[in-house]
Design a protein around this ligand. Structure first.
Ligand code: PEP
Ligand code: MN
Length: 339
């Protein structure tokens, strides 16, 4: 339920109203916009008498919110959530670009790739140290060692880093990580989401392989309910009957999510397609459809990559992809990366 307050409602009367509501075991999320203040009620609001609230002098209107996600619902927070990381703001209307290899492999590979994506206009770096692989016999990532190498790349470039957390047992290793990624396979690891709700760092939450948009928003709600509102959603393709691409990129998820939630939405065209030649056109489509960011796999030698070489761009191709996306961005008045 949301309560829209009248402009200039006296603070003491608003406080009194909040006290009455909170005494019924309901949490209030107060959002002060430029023109209105909204009280978002989270909890079992069935017993609340909406007419009695609406009758109060300070109340403009009361609306029941049907959707099961409340805190991440745009009705609770009409303005976009902005997430500041270093010099970049995600969600401000521009397109933030996160780029780097699927996995951290060697010091030379991670630093060289990261320096090159920075030069091409990336705002943030990606790289996996703990990898969710379908086969237990595939390269599993360098783990703790990989994180150490990634921190060297962070230092060398001055750019913030994004990397995946596979287990809560590793969280202490993530102290210097700027954004924690929850991968597609962990989107419904509810215990992990609850813990990340208590954490201060922004979370990049990827859509599960076969999850609906509503399920993605419910997973984001777990993090939000714990108190961490710095959540970035990621569309990374979903399973369909189509076999020409690794997954099917759900481009319509971008405007759908932007309407349903105030959280920023980034797109991963690499895992969505599985083919390097599709990354540039899908990146352009994502920018055109209103994405707040892109997360793109780039490797300094894709043919030798230990993971996801077929979908990785060379640094040169990444540069051309950035230029094409910047052209789309300029039509829409959006900056893409640092270009
Ligand atoms: C990744 O980004 O490294 C990754 C494994 O992606 P996803 O969880 O979307 O499959
Ligand atoms: Mn990958």
């Amino acid at each position: 339920m949301i309560i829209i307050l009248k402009k200039n409602a006296p603070k003491n009367e608003v406080d009194d109203l909040c006290k009455v509501i909170e005494s019924q075991n309901i949490k209030i999320n107060e959002v002060k916009g430029a023109h209105t203040t909204i009280l978002g009620l989270i909890g079992d609001t069935h017993k609340i008498d909406t007419e009695a609230i609406e009758a109060q002098e300070i109340v403009e209107s009361v609306q029941r919110v049907q959707e099961p996600y409340k805190g991440v619902n745009r009705k609770f927070h009409p303005e976009n959530t902005l997430i500041d990381i270093g010099n970049t703001t995600i969600g401000n209307g521009d397109v933030a670009v996160i780029a780097g290899p699927c996995s951290i492999e060697t010091e030379e590979q991670i630093i060289d790739t990261c320096m090159q994506v920075k030069a091409a206009g990336a705002n943030l770096l990606r790289g996996g140290a703990f990898k969710p692989r379908t086969s237990p016999y595939s390269f599993q990532g360098l783990g703790d060692e990989g994180l150490k190498l990634f921190l060297k790349a962070k230092k060398a470039t001055g750019l913030p880093i994004v990397t995946e957390l596979m287990s809560l047992a590793h969280i202490d290793l993530f102290a210097d990580v700027d954004i924690i990624q929850v991968g597609a396979r962990n989107m419904q690891n509810f215990e992990m989401l609850k813990e990340l709700g208590k954490c201060e760092k922004p979370i990049l939450l990827k859509r599960g392989l076969a999850n609906t948009i509503e399920e993605l928003l419910m997973s984001a709600e777990y993090i939000f309910a714990g108190g961490n509102t710095k959540i970035i959603l990621c569309e990374r393709g979903i399973r369909t009957f189509e076999t020409q691409t690794r997954n099917t990129l759900d481009i319509s998820a971008i405007p759908v999510l932007k309407a349903l939630t105030h959280l920023p939405v980034v797109v991963d065209p690499s895992h969505a397609t599985g083919k390097y030649e599709l990354v540039e056109p899908m990146s352009m489509a994502a920018v055109a459809a209103g994405a707040d960011g892109l997360i793109i796999e780039v490797h300094n030698n894709p043919q030798k990559a230990l993971c996801d070489g077929a979908q990785s761009l060379t640094p040169k191709h990444f540069g051309s992809c950035m230029d094409k996306c910047a052209q789309i961005g300029s039509v829409l008045g959006k900056k893409v990366g640092t270009l």
